[in-house]
Ligand binder design. Structure first.
Ligand SMILES: [Zn+2]
Length: 390
């Protein structure tokens, strides 16, 4: 993460109203969906999750518990090949290590329905994202990293990509896992901005991509240091994870400078699944303070978190003694299909303050210990607005 701290729109105290469009943090958890945890990369199989044990229902409950404790919907970026109840992936040999001989029967059992029930019950606190069908790409039976782009940033052939997306949808349908996700995390973070993958993903309803810019290939520069827009899809810099991908049970430490707290599923789990809550607790303690900061907050979900990033970077604020003027000319012109017309503003004002807006609707005004958190909705067609303190 490089540009996130450059020129955030914060007004300094003094004569002016002290206001800030905070940068939100969304939690993104990769490699969910595997039942086997084995790193099989040495023998032509996927890296999988690398957890010290196989996965169980309470590993999904851990994601939901994290979301519930933080008032968020973390992204579970899913790999679905081990959910194949009818061996449909035999018809898509590039998606698995067994190709046309694919046989998933030993992974099919009551735990599939149990996991679906867990995810449905916790739907307010988890959001499924697309990560992959088999995570890698098998060409002539040989593994090549990774599913969507190769290690030189070369996109897989469009017909193959669409087939992988069609089969991902069929696996969602087979299992009753809901509608196609709106968010995507590239497998192995192999992604090329401007390659055309975003446009193909958009056909399936993807609106948001997150991946570390430190590893991204670029056909062209992104519009902002923190995000780019390709075929209407917002591509956000994930920054660096705090832990290695295959470490089970992490006690997080460090700083999240950008819009994503990225991790891999084992990082949130304990070697003993009955003790997952203890690991979740560590992440809750680490993340919660961001929500009460003036310049940061936790994202309720991906659409609001990544929209908030655009408003954070591109809204112009000009404060004076009675209020603050907002200019949305730049965010309004992004062309990002998933950009919401709502965003959060934090304001330092007296506990008994009230607010009036012109060109905006105040959907919510919540008093916090040191500030106000306002949820504002832009008036369609207007790129300028004003918020007054009364
Ligand atoms: Zn992955």
């Amino acid at each position: 993460m490089t540009g996130a701290q450059k020129g955030p729109p914060v007004l300094e105290p003094g004569e002016s109203m002290h206001a800030c469009v905070p940068m939100a943090i969304q939690v993104v958890i990769d490699d969910a969906g595997w039942w086997s945890s084995e790193d099989g990369s040495a023998r032509n199989e996927p890296f999988r999750s690398g957890c010290v044990r196989d996965h169980v229902i309470s590993d999904y409950a851990a994601i939901i518990e994290l979301g519930r404790r933080l008032g968020m919907r973390p992204q579970a970026a899913m790999v679905l090949c081990e959910w194949d109840r009818a061996n449909i992936l035999r018809a898509l040999p590039s998606s698995t290590w067994l190709g046309e001989r694919w046989d998933n029967s030993r992974r099919v059992g009551p735990w599939l329905d149990q996991a679906v029930a867990c995810l449905r019950e916790g739907a307010a606190h988890v959001e499924l994202a697309l990560h992959g069908v088999g995570h890698e790409f098998w060409s002539g039976g040989r593994l090549s990293r990774a599913e969507w782009h190769d290690q030189n940033g070369q996109m897989r052939p469009p017909a193959e990509l669409r087939a992988h997306l069609d089969f991902f949808r069929r696996l969602l349908d087979q299992n009753g896992l809901g509608v196609f996700p709106s968010a995507f995390v590239p497998a192995a973070f192999l992604h090329s901005f401007g390659s055309g993958l975003a446009g193909i993903l958009a056909e399936y309803g993807i609106r948001f991509i997150s991946t570390p810019y430190g590893k991204i290939f670029r056909k062209r520069e992104t519009e902002d240091a923190c995000f780019g827009i390709e075929d209407g899809v917002l591509t956000v810099d994930r920054g660096n994870d705090l832990a290695r991908w295959n470490v089970t049970g992490v006690t997080p430490d460090g700083e999240i400078p950008g819009p994503v707290c990225g991790m891999h599923w084992p990082n949130l789990l304990h070697a003993d699944p009955a003790r997952n809550s203890g690991v979740v607790e560590g992440w809750v303690k680490f993340l919660k303070p961001y929500d009460s900061r003036f310049d940061r907050m936790l994202a309720p979900d991906t659409a609001s978190g990544f929209s908030q990033l655009v408003y954070h970077r591109w809204t112009k604020l000009a404060g004076d003694a009675t209020g603050v003027a907002l200019d949305f000319s730049k965010p309004a012109a992004t062309g990002a299909a998933g950009l919401l017309n709502t965003f959060y503003l934090k304001v330092r004002a007296a506990a008994n303050a009230s607010f009036r807006a012109d060109g905006l609707t105040i959907l919510d005004a919540r008093r916090e210990p040191d500030q106000w958190r306002l949820l504002l909705q832009r008036t369609p067609g207007q790129t300028r607005a004003r918020l007054e303190k009364m």
